[in-house]
Design a protein around this ligand. Structure first.
Ligand code: AMP
Length: 303
C-alpha cells in the first residue's frame, strides 16, 4: 500500500439555490479517495462509519478500487453528519450543523499493512486524530494536510502541532487568512509556511488556486463553468486529484507540482457539476485528459 487517506466519511444534507438533498454520500475521505483513484489505485482509506452506512455507498468506493481494510463500522452508532447551505453566488456557505456521531469516539488505528504508506493525505478531521495517525506511520515520503475553519477556530494549538509535521497544506483563502491572522494572502502564505509545511496550496473557489514553495508561486486558473450545482467536496476532490497525481508520477519537483495542481483543479471541476459524489463517479481517462488540456489552453499564450 502506498497512498493512504484518512478523513471523514459522511452523510451530508446540502441546500443550494438549485436543489436540496438529504443524507447524500460525502466526507473528506470519500471525495479524496474517489478523485485520487483516477490517477492511482488502490487508494487505502482509514475512517469510521455507523451501522446506518449503506452498502450502496460502500459499493461506490469499491467500484473505484478503494481499499476499505481500514474502515471501521460501529454498528450501534450513527455516521458523521454535516449540513450546509450555499449562498446565491455558490462561493460561500454556512455550516448549519456538524454532528460528529461516530467521530466523537473515533481512535484511528492504522492497520499494520498501511503503516509504511509512502504518500499520506490527512483529510479534514480533528487535528488530535491527525496527530495520532502521524504517530503510527513509518516516515511517509510526502504528507498532505487538509483542514477547515471549524478546526482552525476550535483546535488551533493541536493544529499547529500537525503543521510542523507535514509537507504540504491545502486550504482555502479565507481559512489561510484565519490561520495566519493576516489579511494579505501572500503574507499569510509566508506565515503558514513558517509554521512547518514547505508547500502550500491556497484554493480560491471559482477563482482558481495558488501554489507556494519558498519564494516560488504558481497560479492555476479555474475552469469557467456556467453552471455549478454543488461545490461540496470540491476542496477534497482537488486534494485527491493532486495527491493522486503526485503518487502516480512520484516526482516532487515544483514543475510537477504545477501539473498536480491542474490535475486537482480538473477533478474539482467535475465534482461541482453534480450533487454529492455523482460528478466523480463515472469519469474516464479521456474526459479527464481533455479537461486537463482545456485548463492548459486557458492560460497559454502563443507568440
Ligand atoms: P469541502 O467542500 O471540500 O470543504 O468538503 C465538504 C465535506 O467535508 C462534506 O462532505 C462534509 O461531510 C465534510 N465535513 C464538513 N465539516 C467537517 C468537519 N468538521 N470535519 C470533517 N469533515 C467535515
Amino acid at each position: 500500500v502506498s497512498l493512504l487517506v484518512v478523513g471523514s466519511i459522511a452523510y451530508d444534507s446540502i441546500e443550494t439555490p438549485y436543489d436540496k438533498i438529504d443524507n447524500a454520500l460525502g466526507g473528506s475521505a470519500v471525495y479524496v479517495s474517489i478523485a485520487a483513484s483516477y490517477y492511482s489505485q488502490p487508494v487505502s482509506v482509514v475512517g469510521v462509519v455507523g451501522g446506518d452506512f449503506k452498502q450502496e455507498h460502500i459499493d461506490i468506493l469499491k467500484n473505484h478500487n478503494v481499499d476499505l481494510g481500514g474502515l471501521k463500522i460501529v454498528k450501534d452508532a450513527e455516521t458523521f453528519r454535516w449540513a450546509g447551505k450555499y449562498h446565491d453566488d455558490m462561493n460561500n456557505r454556512d455550516s448549519l450543523s456538524t454532528e460528529l456521531n461516530v467521530f466523537a469516539e473515533f481512535n484511528p488505528v492504522i492497520p499494520e499493512q498501511y503503516r509504511r504508506s509512502e504518500y499520506l493525505l490527512l483529510g479534514n478531521i480533528d487535528p488530535v486524530l491527525q496527530l495520532r495517525v502521524l504517530d503510527q506511520l513509518d516516515n511517509p515520503a510526502f504528507i498532505v494536510l487538509d483542514t477547515m475553519d471549524f478546526w482552525i477556530k476550535g483546535k488551533k494549538t493541536e493544529l499547529m502541532e500537525v503543521l510542523k509535521k507535514v509537507d504540504m497544506v491545502i486550504i482555502n483563502d479565507s481559512e489561510a487568512k484565519l490561520l495566519a491572522e493576516e489579511p494579505n494572502l501572500i503574507k499569510a502564505a509566508a506565515r503558514i509556511m513558517q509554521m512547518g509545511p514547505k508547500y502550500l496550496v491556497i484554493k480560491k473557489g471559482e477563482h482558481g488556486a495558488l501554489l507556494f514553495n519558498g519564494d516560488k508561486i504558481f497560479s492555476a486558473a479555474a475552469y469557467p463553468l456556467s453552471e455549478v450545482f454543488d461545490p461540496t467536496g470540491a476542496g477534497d476532490t482537488f486534494a485527491g486529484g493532486l495527491v493522486g497525481y503526485l503518487h502516480k508520477t512520484r516526482d516532487l519537483s515544483f514543475e510537477n507540482m504545477k501539473k498536480a495542481v491542474i490535475s486537482g483543479s480538473t477533478m474539482a471541476s467535475f465534482c461541482v457539476q453534480k450533487f454529492s459524489t455523482k460528478g466523480l463517479e463515472n469519469l474516464d481517462a479521456q474526459q479527464i485528459d481533455k479537461r486537463y488540456n482545456e485548463f492548459i489552453e486557458l492560460t497559454k499564450i502563443n507568440d
